[in-house]
Structure formats: C-alpha cells, structure tokens
Design a protein around this ligand. Structure first.
Ligand code: SF4
Ligand code: SF4
Length: 499
C-alpha cells in the first residue's frame, strides 16, 4: 500500500539522542551537504570510480527475449486521440491570490519551456501530452509574440521550445527571432521527423542555438516507442543535418523497461554524432505512457539502472560531452556525486517548478513546469492575466516555493534527505502515487528497502482519462524481498565494485 514508513525517522537534528549525521555515516549514506563540502566528486567515502571510460558498457536486459518480443509487437492501446475540440483551456477565469508574498518575489523564472503547439508528426506511445492534433485554442502568432515580451519582462533567460512539433506551428521562425531579439537564448526539442538541412539552416539563421532530438533506443525499440516505422532513421538524419551545418545538437532519451538495455548503444550514437550533451529522464505514467504500464520501470529496477548510468557518465566525462540526468532520475544514492556533481546546482534535487522554471501550454495556460499535469497545476491563462501576475499570485505555481515538511508523506516524510530533496520531482510523484511529496522512483529509497528486506511495486488500478498530461491511478505495494522473507546481503554502496 502507499505507505507508512517503517524506517528510522531522520527528521530533526537527532534521532534517539544521536545526531542524524552520525547515524547516516554509520549507514554509509552520502552526506546531505556533500555538494557544499566537497569539490572532489570521488572523495569522502565512496572512493574512485574504477569503470573503464574507454570501454562501451554492456547491460543485462530486464526483459526475457520472449517478453521483449511481446512488448515490441504489442498493439497500441485502443485509446483514441483525445477529442481536443471539447478540451479548451480549463484555466480561463482562474482567480489569483490578492497578495504577493516575499517568497513569490524571490522566485525568478530563469528557464521557460514552451509547448508551441500540440500538433505533431509522431504519436509517441509514451508521450505525456498525447500530442498529435493541435489544441483548439492555441495562441496566435501575435499573442505568442506578446508573450515573448512578457517573458523578457519577467527575467527569463532561456527559452526551450517544445511541442507537439515546433516546426508545425505557423510562424515558429518569427517567434525564435523574437526570443533572440529579446535577449533570451533559444533551444528546440524535436522528434526530428521533418528536420531537413533546409530546416536546420532556417532555424540557425533565425537564432536557434541548440537542437535536441529524441532518441529512445535502437531502431526497432525507438520506432515502437515513437509509433512510426523509420522514425529512428529520420531522427539520426536530423542529428546529422545539425552536425553538417554546425548547429549544436543534443539527444534526449526516456528510460523505460524496453530500452534500458540499449542505453549503451544510444550513448555510443550520441558520442559518434558529435552531440554536446545527452539528457535522460525516466518514463513516468503520464499521458499515453499511462496507457502502457508494462513500459514503466518498477521502482526496484532502479538498482540496475544506476550503475549503468554511472559507467556511462564516466565515458561521457572522458569524452568531454555533457551527461545530464533529468530531474526525475533520483536521488542521493552512492552515484549522486558522479551523476549530479558537475551540474550547475549539484545536490539541488528539489523540484524547481514555479521557482526557477515556468511551463507554457500552447493555449496560454501557465504551469510551474511543462511536464506537470494540466488538471490542478495550471495557475491561469495569459489571455486573462499578465504573466507576472500568474507567476506571483497563482496558487498552483506556489507549491514548491516554501518547503513545508508536513507535505511529505510515506517514505519521503522520514527520509534523511527530506530537507534537501523534498521528494524530488513533483511531476513524477504525482503521476506515480497521485499527489506530490512521496516519490518511489528514488535510488536511495530502493537501497534502503533492499538492505531492510522489502521493495516497492507499482500496480495499475485505474486508467487515465485520455487527456493531455493526465495520469492513471496506481497502488504502491510494499512487499518482502526476496519473497522468502530472508533479508538480502547488505548491498554494497561503493562504486569501487563496478566492473
Ligand atoms: S525522493 Fe524521497 S526517499 Fe528519495 S531522497 Fe528524496 S526525500 Fe528521500
Ligand atoms: S516537476 Fe519534475 S521535471 Fe518539472 S521542474 Fe519539478 S523536478 Fe523538474
């Protein structure tokens, strides 16, 4: 069941009269303040990383050959595309709080992620926004250009344009020019299906500074996940076009049961294509991914993922290419220094939605983060309010601005890292267990469970309604592990053991 913790309660300065730092050291945990205290990511306890950065990594598949074949051949769930004509913005007329608080003034959106249109030339089977057809009430180009000015006024420095597919929005190049003219950087995220040399040239001339293409595995896996034969080849062609014209490119990958074993191959392609970075995040049951729960990693399977990520990070660092675990690849396990130590805010795993990030849906609905569910997380619409008023006074955007320990529940409520982590990614927790504050996709939590003889499993209970950014209902079951009830040998937390 979603759950009651049976682990030591670490909140407060001491537990049973013993300082919690001492308890944590005994348990072999990474210190909570490691990013402030250490400059050497291999120092203080976990020793140097000994995996060879020159050797490609191999990974044992989570799936048996027959399971893989069955998943690859599984037909799309028979959920039709949402009837978007019936789903205009639900945020119109939202009422804002009358006052602006100190914490609202302190929050500054550095990074805006803007869904320009929901129209898409793919219909990916793990797409959180269920993209395909345009929303019925998307912002017109004049409205979008006005919003660029408001973003500048709010102090945004980086704009990432996403979709749907950005280049299917009429006037997208003019919008890019406006973003750059307003002094903000501009990056594009794309599935790459229509990214030709001509399109790259036009994007570059308009001022796009980075093109990130989705690559989710080897061709068969990628095409299955993206729902279109040949999608992988076209994504590679997009990256080659960017390289040919000198537009910096990156790859983004969703990690799930189908592609975990292929991450090393994706990594080799990213390196071979001269990309400047590789960002990855875990597939969560949002949008269409909620319709295929078999794709999702079970929380306990993170134990197999993280050593793989640590090896790949070493390879990328040796090659001088950025390795970027996304905000939902968490948290605080023995590889934390390695995976997040070189990021701009090492150790800052707390959700930045509504603090330094702002998300825009194509119809002008504003959220603290583009991935968050629409229902319950949209603060207002720019057709009704000025952006700054929504940012400062919408309750939905205030959630992360003040850390209230009482909002954490389940295992996270008693976690040693609770004050730093605050249960990590709000989107991930909400889609997995129905509300934020308790996040089963956590390496530290998996390792604690392993050392105590339990693990957590997600069991689908009710399907998602079938709207953009919706989510299904799961039960989080805690079960003895291994099933005999015999506690496993203590898991070694040391990266020294990597082959
Ligand atoms: S997600 Fe929860 S269990 Fe994991 S480190 Fe954060 S607070 Fe702790
Ligand atoms: S909800 Fe998750 S993805 Fe969005 S800002 Fe928070 S941590 Fe990042």
């Amino acid at each position: 069941m979603v759950g009651e913790p049976s682990v030591p309660v670490y909140r407060g300065r001491t537990v049973g009269g013993v300082k919690k730092e001492q308890l944590a050291a005994r348990a072999g945990l990474v210190p909570r303040n490691w990013h402030r205290a250490l400059t050497d990511p291999d120092a203080a306890g976990h020793g140097p990383f000994t995996g060879s950065p020159c050797r490609p990594t191999t990974v044992t598949d989570l799936l048996s050959p027959s399971e893989r074949q069955r998943l690859l051949a599984a037909p799309r769930p028979r959920r039709r595309l949402p009837l978007l004509e019936t789903l205009p913005s639900r945020a119109r007329g939202a009422v804002l709080a009358p006052e602006v608080r100190e914490t609202d003034l302190a929050a500054r959106p550095v990074h805006a992620v803007w869904e320009l249109t929901l129209r898409c030339d793919l219909a990916c089977r793990h797409c959180g926004s269920r993209a395909g057809r345009a929303r019925p009430d998307e912002l017109s180009l004049p409205e979008a250009l006005e919003l660029v000015e408001q973003l500048r006024g709010l102090g945004v420095r980086e704009v990432t344009l996403i979709g749907g597919e950005v280049y299917l929005y009429p006037g997208w190049l003019e919008l890019v020019r406006a973003v750059r003219a307003a002094g903000m950087s501009c990056a594009l995220v794309s599935g790459g299906q229509g990214v030709t040399l001509e399109l790259v040239r036009a994007a570059r001339e308009a001022g796009v500074q980075s093109l990130s293409i989705s690559l989710d595995g080897e061709p068969e896996t990628h095409d299955r996940l993206r729902g279109k034969r040949g999608a992988h080849a076209r994504a590679l062609a997009a990256l080659q076009a960017a390289r040919a014209l000198g537009l910096p490119s990156a790859v983004n990958t969703q990690i799930n049961r189908l592609n975990l074993a292929e991450l090393p191959q994706v990594a080799e392609r990213v390196l071979a294509l001269g990309c400047h970075g590789w960002q990855m995040q875990l597939t969560v049951p949002a949008g269409r991914a909620a319709d295929e729960p078999e794709l999702l990693l079970q929380p306990y399977e993170l134990e197999q993922l993280f050593p793989v990520l640590a090896r790949l990070e070493a390879r990328f660092t040796a090659a001088g290419v950025k390795f970027l675990p996304g905000n939902n690849v968490g948290y605080f396990g023995p590889y934390e220094r390695r995976l997040r130590g070189r990021l701009r805010c090492p150790g800052d795993t707390a959700c930045s939605a509504g603090r330094s990030v702002i998300g825009i849906e194509a119809n002008g609905d504003i959220k603290g983060c583009p991935s968050l569910p629409t229902r319950g997380w949209v603060g207002g619409n720019v057709r009704d309010h000025r952006l700054i008023d929504i940012w400062q006074r919408a309750e939905a955007l205030r959630y992360t601005r003040e850390h209230q320990g009482g909002r954490l529940w389940g295992f996270c409520a008693s976690c040693y890292y609770a004050d730093e982590c605050r249960a990590g990614c709000t989107w991930t927790a909400t889609t997995l267990v129905g509300r934020p504050g308790n996040n089963p996709y956590c390496h530290h939590r998996v390792l604690v469970g392993q050392s105590e003889g339990w693990r957590e499993r997600l069991v689908p209970v009710a399907p998602a309604p079938g709207e953009p950014f919706d989510y299904a209902t799961f039960q989080l079951v805690r079960e003895p592990w291994p099933p005999s009830g015999v506690a496993p040998l203590a898991h070694s937390l040391s990266p020294r053991e990597l082959p």
